[in-house]
Design a protein. Structure first.
Length: 344
């Protein structure tokens, strides 16, 4: 558990006598919600829980959990996340960071959705007796990855939960979930750590230039660490340079250079740049790219506000189809040429 989660843990400690059958952890991406979910799952399964609620780390249940072999624990993730990190990977926060493969998704790549078959398989097992005669814990994230069919199938289990079963759902976007699912979960907001706390943690993780990485990830420390370790700084700088000095030539050259990159990352970089541009134009404040502040300030004075708002909406639409097969070079060209029009 990360130390900025301690206030939330204390809420769980007060639930001992009336623990809910379904919990929804929600909050910004990259803050360690899935780390907390697995810490809680291990505690619920522990056979010799400590006074503070922590798992004992020594009982057979704790041993099986650490080896990813506990028969009363199920982790439901999109196939793409399982493949990227491996079913036996003990780095739970990787699901929030969602590291990309180099190129747009093709039809052969595993899905980033939680499909109906995964939920049906779960339904076939949870009505059986638990292996150890104690709790059974189901962790599912990101919950917004549920398809309509899988969400409805999960809802049936939440409406009539099996005995001794706890569901822990994790989401970065609570508004993307069915209201009926929300109504059957105890919702807990997971905090974004204070900047000083996040910086100290990043520095302890050995992240160089922690302030820049943290700002670029909107203050989310785990996302900042994973971005720093992801080796995408050169790609991001190439794309941001094209935004800083917009031209047709820069758009074409940048698209050619980045055509083997990640659609999701590139769209996210443009979304953050546009947010900074809008924020500076409206309030003089900035969030994501402080090292480009002077450039953004100049652009904020020239930008066509109606066109900026239109492009923000269009970029959000692009983000919704980022997982679909596409020619990334053409997408980047289109994105940068659209950006050029803000100043024409």
């Amino acid at each position: 558990m990360l130390h900025w989660h301690l206030p939330v843990w204390e809420q769980f400690a007060r639930m001992k006598k009336n623990f809910p059958h379904a919990i929804l952890l929600h909050g910004p991406a990259g803050t360690g919600k899935s780390v907390f979910a697995e810490f809680l799952a291990k505690s619920l399964l522990c056979e010799d829980r400590q006074q503070n609620g922590y798992a004992c780390q020594t009982c057979p249940s704790c041993g099986w959990f650490d080896q990813h072999a506990h028969l009363d624990y199920r982790r439901i993730l999109p196939a793409a996340l399982e493949e990227e990190k491996g079913a036996a990977d003990d780095s739970a926060e990787a699901a929030e960071a969602e590291e990309e493969k180099p190129a747009g998704r093709t039809a052969r790549e595993p899905s980033r959705r939680i499909g109906i078959d995964q939920v049906r398989q779960l339904a076939e097992t949870i009505n059986l007796s638990t292996h150890r005669g104690g709790q059974r814990v189901i962790c599912l994230w990101p919950a917004e990855a549920l398809t309509t069919e899988s969400a409805n199938a999960l809802l049936k289990m939440l409406e009539e939960p099996p005995p001794q079963t706890v569901f822990i759902l994790v989401t970065n976007n609570i508004n993307a979930l069915l209201p009926t699912i929300l109504s059957r979960c105890r919702k807990l907001s997971m905090p974004m750590p204070e900047p000083a706390v996040a910086l100290d943690w990043l520095k302890a993780q050995g992240v160089d230039d922690a302030e820049t990485w943290l700002a670029e990830q909107g203050g989310a420390p785990i996302a900042a660490r994973d971005a720093a370790e992801g080796g995408k700084r050169n790609e991001m700088d190439a794309f941001l340079s094209a935004l800083a000095s917009p031209s047709v030539d820069a758009a074409l050259k940048t698209a050619e250079k980045l055509q083997r990159s990640s659609a999701r990352h590139i769209i996210a970089w443009q979304q953050r740049w546009l947010y900074d541009l809008l924020s500076l134009a409206m309030s003089g404040r900035q969030r994501y790219f402080p090292r480009y502040r002077k450039t953004l300030e100049v652009q904020a004075k020239k930008v066509n506000m109606d066109e900026l708002l239109r492009l923000i909406r269009k970029t959000a639409e692009r983000n919704r189809v980022a997982e679909h097969p596409l020619v990334l070079r053409l997408l980047i060209e289109d994105m940068l040429l659209d950006y050029n029009r803000l100043f024409s």
